[in-house]
Design a protein around this ligand. Sequence first.
Ligand SMILES: O=C1C[C@@](O)(C(=O)O)C[C@@H](O)[C@@H]1O
Length: 235
Amino acid sequence: MSDAFSVDLDSFSLCASTADLDEEPAAREHADLIEFRMDLADDPLDALADYDGDPPLLVTNRPHWEGGETAPYGRLDALAAAVEHAAVAAVDVELATLRGRPAGTNEIDAEGLLDRARERDAAVVASVHDFDGTPAPATLDGLLRAAAAAGDVGKLAVTARTTGEALDLLTATHRATIRGDRVATMAMGEAGRHTRAVAPVYGSRLGYAPVDAADATAPGQYDLATLRRLVDDLS
Ligand SMILES: O=C1C[C@@](O)(C(=O)O)C[C@@H](O)[C@@H]1O
């Protein structure tokens, strides 16, 4: 992999989140990375083969059971094929998958996918999503610890129903950063929206935003230009 396509997880990176790699020209100005939501794309491997943009790619192929669109069959195989592309600098794998949740029919298993990512120098984002709420602080700590240990960065997206829950996530982010865990956090939903701008102040390494707010890939996302400005202003 060329150095041009790598991700620095020791500082914050902003991902333009999209199902359409043709958005690259619009994303390039503000994004450090493009999160390619393979599960939301029509022919993701063909689109990857045609990609000749500047920002490195983070590939995500989210299953139904974690808020995505991909059926289990061939899901990990598609990610394994994706990391073969030079532009792919990182791959998102759910913590549940890494912990052995049955992945459906795939030639490769989670361990094989991790090995493939390592061989290709692709960073692994071990992710956890809670679309219903925000777990108690001790659970937030446990999830961040486990995710950070399972991948190169542990990502936790929860749903904040109150600003107090958003604050719980920020506090857990701060605690994780202080103990040396590399994490990325965001609270979905209106009450958590500001965490997308503020969590990087507490050590969150990744943020996600659509080029156009109408194409949000999660509740409460800012558009890309707005999140770039907010993060830059606060850092
Ligand atoms: O996991 C994440 C974070 C996210 O859910 C968000 O809340 O911004 C958006 C997803 O596209 C990405 O895979």
